[in-house]
Design a protein around this ligand. Structure first.
Ligand code: PRP
Ligand code: ADE
Length: 176
């Protein structure tokens, strides 16, 4: 891990047994509150995609929005919101998935992308990979192309990033 990743990692707070016993919750609010760490985080993503043709950044509800909006702005790309079920007002597509602690569904507006758009999908964290995988299915159903699946944190013991790679997706994470 490089100096940038290491210093971002230092700023993450791990809260044991939250939201339920056995879960080590990675709290990113401490990164966001640290202006140096937050800037390094966004810079890491911008550096990764700078100079590439990226039409849109798709960001996952809710913590992915924080990274995704800053990244889309810097890349001069569109920002598309992949939301939890029941939050989007127009016609949607839905995909169900399992979480490390529960089940959920994600939704996407049917007109979120043009066919062939090149998309970076962003979230704060990959645990089981269920959320990201469901989001990739939504994006592909609309006919957009996923350039890469990107997250600030990978929890490799939960196997999500490996599962995404096995599905043929390119995966980038800043720290693990
Ligand atoms: C968290 C996290 C990712 C997802 C990762 O979101 O922000 O989106 O879980 O888990 P997975 O890889 O096992 O799918 P959460 O569903 O807790 O929602 P929140 O962002 O609204 O808190
Ligand atoms: N989402 C799923 N697992 C998580 C964890 N351990 N910390 C933060 N967000 C999560």
């Amino acid at each position: 891990m490089d100096y940038f990743s290491e210093s971002i990692k230092q700023a993450i707070r791990t809260v044991p047994d939250w939201p339920k016993p056995g879960v080590a919750f990675r709290d990113i609010t401490t990164v966001l509150q640290d202006k140096t760490a937050f800037r390094k985080l966004i810079d890491a993503f911008v550096h990764r995609y700078h100079g590439q043709k990226i039409d849109a950044v798709a960001a996952v509800d809710a913590r992915g929005f924080i990274i995704g909006s800053a990244l889309a702005y810097e890349l001069n790309a569109s920002l598309v919101l992949v939301r939890k079920k029941g939050k989007l007002p127009f016609d949607t597509l839905v995909e169900d998935y399992e979480l490390e602690y529960g089940t959920a569904s994600v939704e996407l507006h049917k007109d979120a992308f043009k066919s062939g758009d090149k998309v970076v999908l962003v979230d704060d964290l990959i645990a089981t990979g269920g959320t990201m995988l469901a989001a990739t299915r939504l994006i592909r159903r609309i006919g957009a192309e996923i350039v890469e699946v990107a997250a600030m944190i990978d929890l490799p013991d939960l196997g999500g990033s490996r599962k995404l790679q096995e599905e043929g997706l390119q995966v980038y994470t800043v720290c693990s």
